[in-house]
Design a protein around this ligand. Structure first.
Ligand SMILES: [Zn+2]
Length: 173
């Protein structure tokens, strides 16, 4: 680790302490005696998403985030809920310890999570992700959600299914 003041390569570690996701080291340059700090972090391995058509694409948090933001547009979610949601999905993916993950696996994780987070966002995401063939298939999904009304988050009113279907269909026109 090169000294930022004089460029010397050699330094001595004078203090070392663990921080959230790594180690913080206080160093003293052997040439100029200036002190500086370095951080060591574990770099999670890259994950590649295998698309339906077999193409490989590097997993990008931002891409996932923008899709989920779109689904959650104007939904009454607490601040930070979407970021936390993405954090959890990312953590799940890295925990798998695999370098390649099918896009359907990620899609399913998102669907499961959104179902708990917000029903409208779930339906919006599902209508794009599952590419509902027609309004009948969409209505079926909405009805099955309505049947599971007991799992509606406490702070969220459930809407009549026709209203949900209209809001989705309206967006796609
Ligand atoms: Zn130095």
């Amino acid at each position: 680790m090169r000294c930022p003041y004089c460029g010397e390569q050699e330094s001595r570690v004078v203090d070392s302490r663990g921080v959230d996701d790594g180690v913080r080291r206080r160093r003293k340059c052997l040439a100029c005696n200036m002190r500086f700090t370095t951080y060591e972090r574990v770099q999670p391995h890259d994950i590649f998403v295998i698309k339906k058509d077999g193409r490989r694409e590097e997993f990008k948090r931002d891409k996932l985030l923008s899709g989920i933001r779109k689904a959650c547009e104007k939904r009454p979610l607490p601040t930070g809920a979407i970021d936390k949601f993405i954090d959890d999905i990312e953590a799940d993916l890295y925990r798998l310890g695999k370098t390649e993950v099918p896009s359907s696996y990620i899609g399913d994780l998102v669907m499961e999570g959104l179902k708990k987070l917000d029903h409208i966002a779930y339906i919006r995401f599902a209508s794009v992700y599952r590419e509902f063939a027609d309004i009948g298939a969409l209505k079926q999904e909405v009805d099955s959600l309505a049947a599971r009304r007991e799992s509606t988050p406490a702070n969220q009113l459930s809407l009549p299914s026709s209203e949900v279907a209209n809001s989705v269909v309206g967006r796609r026109r």
